[in-house]
Design a protein around this ligand. Structure first.
Ligand code: NDP
Length: 326
């Protein structure tokens, strides 16, 4: 038996999460059994620890969309006992049991070998949030980042923090949007040189084109803010849309696409093909300064997860949480 965070649903449909014990034979099928070392807390984890948000179908459930650890047993030639591995996405922790447990069993195709230069702890400081931030930066680079400030929305959150640190380290000027004024020092400590108050960008579009300001944008917020950003991008610049912390609607006009040739790039971390996963993790090991990453991290245990899940849904988690499941 080993420890896990187990979410139960009662007859009235109400969910509750608590640390309990499970056994290896309860784990889902898969070729690789991993002794989990660390996991983390993403917005989706908040949903899966709590009411499910339509992501979880069967209860009891073990959430945790990310984990890192050491292979304990493997029926796949690519992995052997002792290998260090990382998992993000593939709906692990949503439609199958995930990383909030001391062991996890998954398909070999879902894993990535731990990139050289990263520890299992650092890999979870990165997690889906940091991995997505890197995918967004890579997409912006592929389309060309213009001179001038690159905007990061939701800058004090998980994706925003990592995006800020990577972009600044690559030599870009970074402007961070935040709704929490007391996070300004934190965001500048990650390398941003400008703070934009959330209110400045939360009003819906009145003029489809505003002055050409941003050389690119990593957007974690969506909604009215993304619509405003489209009208403020420089000619030919791009925004990588990664999140919907501020809403799923896009109350925009097509004018910025037609008159400024701007690009709206969609980023999905969950079903990302293996080659691009490897590329992103290697770029993380190279381009994300580890001192900045460590400054973002708050440690936690399995027992802290019910509270942290509620906090992240309220936008109250700053930076990244690393959960030591042991
Ligand atoms: P966090 O909660 O850590 O960060 C989100 C940040 O957005 C908050 O910290 C806050 O930043 C800002 N924010 C919150 N609510 C609002 C609001 N109503 N209006 C404007 N800004 C708001 O979450 P993550 O960084 O982990 O994830 C961010 C988003 O990205 C989520 O929507 C998540 O579902 C999505 N996501 C998508 C992925 C993909 O594959 N595309 C992968 C991972 C995440 P501040 O306090 O600085 O204002």
């Amino acid at each position: 038996m080993f420890k896990a965070l187990i979410v139960e649903k009662n007859d009235e449909g109400k969910t509750s999460a608590a640390v309990g014990e499970i056994s290896e034979d309860q784990l889902p099928e898969g070729e690789v059994l991993v002794a989990v070392e660390y996991s983390t807390v993403n917005y989706k984890d908040g949903l899966c620890i709590g009411p499910g948000g339509g992501l979880v179908r069967n209860y009891p459930h073990v959430p945790g969309i990310d984990f890192s650890g050491t292979v304990e047993a493997s029926d796949d030639a690519r992995y052997k006992p002792g290998d260090k591995v990382v998992l993000t996405g593939w709906r692990v922790g949503e439609n199958r049991w995930g990383g909030y447990a001391q062991k996890a069993r998954v398909k070999a195709d879902m894993l990535v070998p731990l990139p050289e230069g990263l520890s299992t702890k650092q890999a979870m400081a990165v997690g889906t949030a940091g991995f997505t931030a890197m995918l967004a930066v890579m997409a912006l680079e592929d389309h060309g980042i213009k001179d001038g400030p690159v905007l990061v929305t939701g800058a004090a959150g998980g994706v925003g923090s990592v995006a800020t640190a990577i972009l600044a380290n690559l030599g870009h000027q970074v402007a961070g949007v935040t709704g929490r004024p007391d996070s300004s020092d934190y965001i500048t400590s990650l390398g941003a040189t400008q703070i934009v108050a959330r209110e400045e960008l939360s009003e819906t579009v009145k003029r489809p084109l505003e002055s050409e300001t941003w050389g690119g944008c990593v957007d974690a917020v969506g909604g009215a803010m993304l619509a405003r950003v489209l009208g403020q991008l420089q000619y030919g610049a791009s925004v990588a849309a990664i999140g919907l912390a501020g809403g799923a609607n896009l109350p925009a006009t097509v004018v910025p696409f037609l008159l400024r040739g701007v690009n709206l790039l969609g980023i999905d971390s969950v079903m990302q093909p293996y080659d691009n996963r490897l590329r992103a993790w290697q770029r993380i090991a190279k381009d994300l300064p580890m001192d900045k990453l460590e400054a973002m991290v708050k440690p936690a245990t399995l027992d802290d997860l019910p509270q942290l899940g509620a906090d992240i849904l309220q936008g109250q988690v700053q930076g990244r949480v690393v959960v030591d499941v042991n």
